[in-house]
Design a protein around this ligand. Structure first.
Ligand code: SF4
Length: 315
């Protein structure tokens, strides 16, 4: 701002600093997805990813016939307290919550960097580093700013909160009735395996999560997404598929099967394509909508926390 006096600028800088971080690294994948590493005050880093879901299409005259579609994967915390055994972020422990401004800044920077204006279709998924519902107040504030017509004008129905399943917070979020979508990282059909993968399951088990989802106000045009990380010989068999159908009975659910993406030091293995397809077919046969997530950005550091790990290793 050039139209305010120097003295006032100094006061504003001192008393009202805008510390919303900066991008310190970018990695572009062959499929168009881009992973960004943000650095915030104190040198803390988090990741955000831009996924190109559909390229822009033009006719022979050069007019746009179909606009591009993007999904932004946004972080909510530096590190994470949940401690999932398959997750690199968990290995670094928890450092701090991001402020609402720091969350909004990821969306803002990604739009600016990629020249994405208001007319282009953007969906946001809070599923980067951190458990979004563990940073409840800042997350809700960020959602309100991002959806506000005077803010970034991205409707709440385009924003999905992906949670490892803190059922008490799912309930609290439901009471606010913001119009956001839910995605639950279920990953297992019995509490023993789920507790091995997500230790927090001991406090919020499968039954409590399903109950909180059933009570959540869901946009009737939408479904609740259940993420299921498929790990070879752990949860990729047909018995697990049948159990999953039973657990999700009565919920407008969609299951997204995710290949486990191995990283150095992990005890888990990637499932075969064949077992993924058989699992998917079984769910569809029983009437559940089911997709297999084709990992975008496999040629870059695709799993949550991997880009940050590389930077730490190189520095
Ligand atoms: S998978 Fe998500 S919730 Fe689990 S430890 Fe990693 S960042 Fe946290």
């Amino acid at each position: 701002m050039k139209n305010i006096p120097k003295d006032l600028k100094e006061v504003l800088n001192k008393d009202y600093p805008i510390n919303i971080g900066k991008i310190i690294r970018r990695e572009k994948s062959n499929d168009g997805s881009i992973k960004y590493l943000f650095e915030y005050e104190g040198g803390h880093t988090v990741e955000a990813v831009l996924l190109l879901m559909r390229e822009e299409e033009k006719n022979n005259e050069g007019n746009i016939t179909k606009g591009a579609k993007y999904t932004f994967c946004v972080s909510s915390q530096v590190g994470c307290k949940v401690g999932c055994s398959f997750c690199l972020t968990a290995k670094g422990g928890f450092t701090r919550d991001l402020s609402a401004g720091e969350i909004v800044a990821q969306v803002s920077y990604l739009k600016k960097e990629n020249n994405i204006d208001e007319n282009k279709s953007v969906n946001i998924v809070y599923m980067g580093m951190g458990e979004p519902l563990d940073n409840f107040d800042n997350l809700v504030q960020a959602i309100k700013i991002i959806s506000d017509p005077e803010g970034l004008a991205i409707a709440t129905r385009r924003q999905t909160i992906s949670t490892s399943g803190i059922s008490s917070k799912i309930h609290k979020l439901g009471e606010l009735d913001l119009g956001v979508q839910l995605a639950i990282s279920l990953h297992a059909v019995d509490d023993d395996l789920r507790s091995e993968l997500i230790p927090m399951n001991k406090a919020y088990n499968i039954d409590s999560i399903i109950k909180s989802v059933k009570e959540f106000p869901i946009d009737t045009r939408k479904k609740v997404m259940f993420e299921y990380l498929v790990i070879k010989d752990k949860n990729d068999d047909i018995t697990s598929a049948n159990k999953l159908v039973k657990i999700l009975h009565g919920i407008e659910a969609k299951v997204n099967l995710i290949y486990f993406n191995p990283y150095p030091g992990t005890p888990y293995e990637r499932p075969s394509r064949n077992s993924m397809i058989k699992f998917q077919e079984q769910l569809i046969k029983k009437g559940l909508m089911c997709t297999i997530r084709e990992s975008k950005g496999l040629d870059i550091s695709a799993a949550c926390g991997q880009l940050k790990e590389q930077v730490n290793d190189n520095s």
